[in-house]
Design a protein around this ligand. Sequence first.
Ligand SMILES: NC(=O)c1ccc[n+]([C@@H]2O[C@H](COP(=O)([O-])OP(=O)(O)OC[C@H]3O[C@@H](n4cnc5c(N)ncnc54)[C@H](O)[C@@H]3O)[C@@H](O)[C@H]2O)c1
Length: 448
Amino acid sequence: MNITIFGAGYVGLVTGGCFAEMGNSVVCVEVDAERVAGLQAGRTPIFEPGLDTLIRTNLAAERMRFTTSTEEGIEHGRVLFIAVGTPAQEDGSADLNAVLAVANQVGRRMKTAKIIVDKSTVPVGTADQVRATVAAALQERGLSLDFDVVANPEFLKEGAAVNDFMRPDRIIIGASRDDSRAILERLYEPFVRNRDKFVHMSERSAELAKYAANAMLAARISLVNELAGIADQVGADIEAVRRGIGRDPRIGTHFLYAGAGYGGTCFPKDIKALIHTADSLGVATQMLQAVEAVNGRQKGVLVRKMQRHYGSGLAGKTLALWGLAFKPNTDDMREAPSLVVVEALLDAGAKVQAYDPVASPAAEGVFGGKVKLCRTRYEAVADADGLVILTEWNEFRTPNFQRLRTTMKEPVIFDGRNLYDPAYLAGLGFVYHSIGRPALPASKLAHG
Ligand SMILES: NC(=O)c1ccc[n+]([C@@H]2O[C@H](COP(=O)([O-])OP(=O)(O)OC[C@H]3O[C@@H](n4cnc5c(N)ncnc54)[C@H](O)[C@@H]3O)[C@@H](O)[C@H]2O)c1
């Protein structure tokens, strides 16, 4: 099938690459000309496992191409996917400018019947707005061409996006027309051997389902982080608590890890947008507001632990930072806890030496010259007064602790991802602060 994707970001590239891999002919329309030139030359602008190969293979097979021309894209696709950004605005609402700009272009340029599929995360009622925008543009041209708008939210996780798209646990199709439903099912069939994975509903329910999923997941994280705060004070171990409750099938084991707060593009902006939608309708949102507030506080938890540890203040201290991306296997730093920690450390007069396996180029743009970006994890800890861990990259799980101890000025670790065993670290002579677990005194023996 001929498909067009608007937006060559995390969602657009993965969607386009995966559909092309299944034999479809895909055109990706992107407003950023530099990005298009790079992609066309085989350079993938983001880090996502498997994506680079997927794009190169399908470019070479001529099943995929990139363009800045909306005209070319609209002409090409029977199905037009919208995968542009919907960032939070000042008041928390989702910015629909890019989505509606695409809808307007489609209405102004389409010559044959189209199915417009919204994959961007958008507030309830956006499918209706897209429909009205396309209809208005068609009316201006004095045309009445057939088109439909379908809400098809995306649930991929950055860091595992290609795999998630290839093996989805469900595909939500919010459509009111049988023919649109059938075409969407045909497109997705190669990814789902088990047809039970299609979940059909109205456009509005599909739009809300996406926000509901993120709200549920964010709520779990904030709740476990709040419990970790209690564990910290009462001398309990949140990791033991997690294992104790996760085996209850009503609770389950996923998304039950205490940490330095959630980040990324989705949870923070989607919770804000959902609160905004509810507010505008007079619906109370105590839970959602608490989820957001707890997360905002949690992003500062390591800074508070550092302030307590150093007592005399952070001015003049050198802190090593391991992990800048908001989670492993991505270079995405948007809303990452690292941003809050770095800002607080710099404000307090500390020096920051950071290392991330893939997010350093992204970090350069964010921090400028204010943070020293290191090429290895050991370079980052050189003469550091402490090590702060913010992303659970695999290479941080088993470092050479002996080397760390001899490279660092003071063997102190502030672990925002609970990667290590506190007793083991204490035995090696580290002062180890983690989330929701008692900090044990470092063994005197190891210091000797
Ligand atoms: N990133 C995720 O993990 C994820 C997961 C599920 C859903 N979503 C949702 O999908 C949407 C896209 O997210 P993303 O992370 O891929 O965003 P992104 O910022 O990585 O990419 C969006 C791309 O769209 C381009 N763009 C903007 N206006 C355009 C236009 N008029 N025509 C063509 N291209 C245009 C931008 O230049 C950018 O490259 C958002 O609504 C997001 O909430 C994201």
